[in-house]
Write a protein that binds this ligand. Sequence first.
Ligand code: F0G
Length: 449
Amino acid sequence: MKTIIEPFRIKSVEPLRHTTLDQRNAILADAGFNLFLIDAADILIDLLTDSGTSAMSTAQWAAMMRGDESYAGSESYFRLKRAVEDLTGFRNVIPTHQGRAAERILFTCLCKPGHVVPNNTHFDTTRANIEFTGAQALDLPLAESADTQVFLPFKGGMDVDALEQAIARHGAANIPLIMLTVTNNSGGGQPVSLANIEAVSTIARRHRIPFYLDACRFAENAWFIRQREPGYQDWPPFEIARKMFSLADGCTFSAKKDAFANIGGFLCTNDDSLARQEKDLLILTEGFPTYGGLAGRDLDAIAVGLHEVLEPDYLEYRIASTGYLGRHIADHGVPIVEPPGGHAIYIDAGRLLPHIPKHQFPAQSLAVELYRHAGIRSVEIGSVMFGEHARNELLRLAIPRRVYTQSHIDYVVEAILEIHARRRELRGYEITSQPEFLRHFSCRFRPLS
Ligand code: F0G
């Protein structure tokens, strides 16, 4: 059989609500043309993020009923700890309410002004949490990956020569850790090969610099390794993931992605004395180290999700369905980051709308038009989000896990192709107000005439 079906059936549903074009025009004006500021009830298909938006399984809901809500030493914690230890092999498992809480605790313990943290590409919260400590976040993506149209099997990797040069330039003593984000979210959801993870790990060990994975989408990354990296075709995704983690000294993890959880995360490290410091900080802001700001039932949902996400049927469907959206628009002329990534398709709005300059935010213009035309929410990943650090002007269509069916995606394809046909009518935007950090969440825009 050629057709790859959704490896689940639907037991519980949520209604979707249509709006009219007039309503959407009013909603956009009210929200200052920032899609983060639109009520979810006014969205038809929400591709804002794949984070915390997954449909949980019956097994996860059942596990939640077992949640042990003891303040200290709950059984739920030990079930999560065992699941994470089996998968990652890390010695210390510290739950947090989501990925950025793990980041804040890790960077608060390790970073200070003058420090530099290299990463293939920092996600927005990762960069912001590093910069908040006074340290510098340094992106070292592969040079070839700047061209969205180049097909590379592992376009998300780190430029290891650039890493060596950065260590020589800044000195190992000023680099408190090296990170790799798998998959590379801001770089198009592109995977990182085991060869690249091994190369970065070797360099880090040689310079005695701790090496961490930002492991939000580790399972999708493992599936790409199985499909594309010679030698791993027969490996179960679980074993590939274990090997990825075995090369690192710790990780940050948002369970809102590859654990199908609606909230949660964790921080792992093999360094016992660092773990003690991290737990002290955790108690201050997140909670006791056996719950870290989560309910016991959340810990159970994550423990089950970590196991489910590595099922080959799921991963085959997941990666194929993202590719389905990508190919159906790219084969009709819409430039996307090629090849399709794991959790999202990224439209290269800079290429699609060459008449809108970078400083007038072409990807924001496309995001607004996709909502106005079809009620679809997406997110700008370009100069609004990253300012001068943006390499491309991308519009991300992130696909929640196990949530939308093929007909939903066919509707998205249709909407994008209709906008593509009249792309020259789209106009740029200017920002009218913005906060100091992470401006994309709350800034307001004005359309330019
Ligand atoms: N690292 C990466 C690579 C991420 O994609 C995210 C979140 C985080 C860290 C932070 O995790 O949200 O649990 O605090 N990414 C979401 C997204 C928000 O839409 O890509 P968090």
